[in-house]
Design a protein around this ligand. Structure first.
Ligand SMILES: Nc1ncnc2c1ncn2[C@@H]1O[C@H](COP(=O)(O)OP(=O)(O)OP(=O)(O)O)[C@@H](O)[C@H]1O
Length: 610
């Protein structure tokens, strides 16, 4: 099973922090769509923060009024009436701000999510070979949630704290200059120290989360391959793998707990110690008669406010920095140039969805020509998988590829599907290089029936309709009939509405294959790619599947990867692939007649075994 490290394989290619930062800001484009609401929410925020600052001065002023040292000509009742009025004004403002920010962040992130997913779906296959599914999901879920947090909360809070901090400092400097200078000399130092300490604690917490995530990957991997785990009786192995990972989590957690413990002792003693020292100095001033009691009260409130603001600014800053990291990863994918074919843009998908298989471009006939095709997988540049493949298939012909495992049969097929760019040579269809076709139009003319059919989790109907999303009920039924699937589907109490379960596991192998064949029939492609199932179906299932396949292949150019030579006796031509080259070609009878031929050797071996 794969290693559990979560790494981004995309090269960081020495991008500087500044470049990363600038790229991250591209996320703002999404928020900018709702700029007026966003700006309005910040104006409201600024107003309510200022109101808050005024509000906090009032209790102190009330105390001053009692001791006859009031600054403004107000009675206690008037002060508290004012306080009540300000509170009431504050209420709808808060509501409106929260509502506006939620609307902006939800809508902006929804379009970001949609764009990102659209982009991911259009990325080339090598991206998916490099990047683990969990990591891609994490981009769409965790990273965007983190970015959303910034727009819905953090940025606003950051600004609010900044206003409060500035306002509070100005207030105490203005009204109690001497005392303010003492506290401004001590307090920020302590808070900054606390912030660094806090950063360390956060780092530890993150390490713990990562370790926990790694443990979850083990669970996910083991459970998704539970049949393999059981078949190999590796339950104990998996349990201990998980156990070790969990023990590691505990170890890191305890280290984190110690750091957290130290942190809170630090906060309690040093932070509050200095706060009390400042208050002590203030009380001395009150005692000496140079500071009214009410101002002392305000001073305490505002000093606590300044401390709180600095600390939370630190936290919010941390969140903003990590969201910038998340944005960078998201923009990395959004800007990726690894998109399939220049014609495969998201816009086109939108216009296409209404007329899925009826592309306006002329239908392909299916004249396929491979000319001196060389190929190596992008992930393994040193290993040449195809070493000069030449083959020609006329419209409606059926050809088979045979050869040992790893000889390159599937690769030949994948190149026709344009999953990878060809290193050298060319493939043409109807005389035109496959690269020059509009990708969607091109693939609309191809259908693939894979060896291992994995269905989507929905109903049988949805799975068949995947071949042509706008197909009618009759067309789906007819496709199922031709695929020899109608009978078994109708035996289910729910018929076409039967849910096939995650990846189709509630159907047998043969049934899954027939659903896949029905899907291909519905698509009605000119070219058919068939990776013959190796899993041996029982004779009866094999017969019905084969019959369905024969019907599917009728009148279509078909390329069959054959594992069982018995099924390809009737094809127009067989190509024997060895080590990325075609070593023999001809009909079954021709090749079988070659003494010491590669095919005849294979045939002897198989028919002996059969
Ligand atoms: N995605 C990939 N990335 C890198 N190498 C690959 C990839 N897929 C296949 N290969 C390598 O390319 C070679 C040819 O593989 P291919 O799947 O075409 O063989 P095959 O003849 O279809 O085998 P089988 O009959 O077992 O399906 C093998 O050596 C394989 O390891």
């Amino acid at each position: 099973m794969a290693k559990t490290t979560d790494k981004t394989d995309r090269p960081d290619s020495g991008r500087t922090q500044k470049e990363k930062f600038n790229r991250s800001l591209r996320i703002f484009d999404y928020v900018w769509l709702y700029r007026w609401k966003f700006i309005l929410s910040f104006i409201i925020l600024a107003i309510s923060s200022l109101v808050f600052l005024v509000l906090l001065q009032l209790p102190g002023e009330a105390l001053n009024v009692i001791s006859g040292k009031g600054k403004y000509d107000l009675t206690v009742t008037e002060i508290f009436t004012l306080l009540a009025v300000l509170l009431i004004i504050q209420a709808p403002l808060s509501f409106l701000r929260v509502r506006l920010q939620a609307e902006v962040s939800e809508k902006a992130m929804a379009s970001l999510r949609k764009d990102l997913y659209g982009k991911i779906l259009h990325l080339q296959i090598p991206f998916f070979e490099r990047t683990r599914v969990g990591e891609i999901t994490s981009r769409i879920t965790n990273d965007i949630t983190q970015i959303q947090g910034i727009f819905s909360l953090t940025l606003a809070e950051f600004l609010r704290q900044l206003i409060i901090l500035t306002g509070a400092i100005i207030f105490i400097l203005w009204t109690m200059t001497k005392l303010a200078l003492v506290s401004l000399a001590i307090f920020p130092v302590v808070v900054v120290a606390a912030m660094f300490f806090g950063k360390y604690v956060r780092k530890m917490t993150k390490a713990r989360q990562e370790q926990l995530a790694a443990s979850n990957v083990i669970v996910e991997e083991s459970l998704s391959s539970i049949t393999t785990v059981k078949a190999y009786t590796n339950e104990e192995f998996e349990r201990s793998r998980y156990g070790q990972s969990i023990d590691e989590t505990v170890r890191i957690s305890l280290k984190t707990a110690s750091a957290r413990g130290l942190f809170s002792s630090f906060i309690v003693t040093v932070m509050f110690g200095s706060l009390f020292y400042i208050i002590y100095r203030a009380v001395l001033l009150v005692q000496a008669g140079s500071l009214p009691e009410g101002d002392l009260f305000s001073f305490v409130i505002f000093t606590a406010l300044i401390g709180g603001s600095i600390a939370s600014l630190g936290n919010f800053y941390g969140e903003i920095v990590s969201a910038l990291g998340a944005s960078d990863r998201v923009v990395d994918i959004l800007d990726s140039e690894e998109t399939e074919g220049a014609n495969a843009g998201a816009m086109e998908v939108e216009t296409r969805s209404s007329s899925v298989s009826n592309s306006s471009t002329a239908k392909i006939e299916g004249n396929i020509h491979y000319s001196n095709v060389h190929f190596n997988y992008p992930t393994r540049p040193d290993i040449q998988v195809l070493k000069g493949i030449d083959l020609t298939i006329k419209p409606g012909e059926k050809i088979a590829l045979v050869g040992a495992s790893g000889s390159g049969k599937s690769t030949i097929m994948k190149l026709l599907l344009r999953f990878y760019p060809i290193s050298d040579g060319s493939i043409t269809v109807d005389g035109k290089n496959v690269e020059d076709y509009d990708l969607h139009h091109f693939r609309d003319n191809l259908a693939l029936v894979p060896q291992e059919v994995l269905l989507f989790g929905g109903s049988i109907r949805e799975n068949i309709a995947y071949g042509a999303l706008n197909a009618t009920e009759e067309a789906i039924r007819e496709a199922a009939r031709q695929a020899n699937a109608l009978e078994f589907i109708e035996k289910f109490p729910e018929g076409f509405d039967t849910i096939v379960g995650d990846r189709g596991i509630q159907l047998s192998g043969g049934q899954r294959q027939r659903v896949a064949i029905a899907r291909a029939i519905l698509k009605n492609p000119a070219i058919l790619l068939l990776d013959e199932a190796t899993s041996s179906l029982d004779a009866e299932s094999e017969r019905v599947v084969q019959e369905a396949l024969d019907r599917l292949m009728e009148g279509r150019t078909s390329i069959i990867i054959a594992h069982r030579l018995a099924t390809i006796r009737e094809v127009d031509r067989i190509y024997v692939i060895e080590n990325g080259r075609i070593v023999e070609q001809g009909t079954h009878d021709e090749l079988n007649a070659v003494t010491d031929g590669a095919y005849s050797a294979l045939a002897r071996l198989q028919f002996q075994l059969d």
